[in-house]
Design a protein around this ligand. Sequence first.
Ligand code: COA
Length: 176
Amino acid sequence: MARRLDRQLRALAMHRAAPADAPIMAAIHATCFSPPWNEAVMSQLLASPGVLCLIGATAEIVASPAGLLIARRAADEAELLTLAVAPPCRHAGLGRALLERAIADLRASGARQLFLEVDEGNAAAIALYRAFGARPVGKRPGYYESGANAVIFSLALSDSAFDYGQIAEKPHDDQR
Ligand SMILES: CC(C)(COP(=O)(O)OP(=O)(O)OC[C@H]1O[C@@H](n2cnc3c(N)ncnc32)[C@H](O)[C@@H]1OP(=O)(O)O)[C@@H](O)C(=O)NCCC(=O)NCCS
């Protein structure tokens, strides 16, 4: 088990994106979202204060980065702006590794709470967020162009973070 985990960790590579990475960031985003964020958007994000951009690759596809995570921190709160793993590279632990690294970096920079917004039909992302302990705290009806609802998840990054999830998931007295 420990050896398997070690192999997996060595097979994934991650780094903070630099300005020159804007084209590859746009390319990764385009493999997952329509309309994609173009290079200009990526450059703007890379230049924005408080924005964390991570790029990840799997050993099988080292030549072309496969995963992207962008988060923004303001004071002690952070928001996941996007997380994308190119289809051929999924199910290799890259999404989990990117989120794990982002959580560590955001925590180190002073964030105590991370908000994550996701299409309520996106089972993969929801399972991933829940695996980290994120809890649903709100809904935006018809938020996406497709008409799908967005669910907002909250993840406490520090012991003293306010637990929004406890309120959202606690049944009301009249629902029992
Ligand atoms: C969501 C996404 C980032 C997951 O990336 P990934 O590299 O394939 O995920 P991992 O291999 O690290 O899997 C981690 C966990 O996520 C969950 N998961 C991933 N894919 C899943 C799927 N198809 N169905 C259900 N759960 C899934 C599982 O809990 C998994 O843990 P497990 O392997 O122990 O079961 C990827 O599917 C993706 O880019 N999707 C399109 C873009 C998107 O929806 N982004 C998130 C919203 S912004």
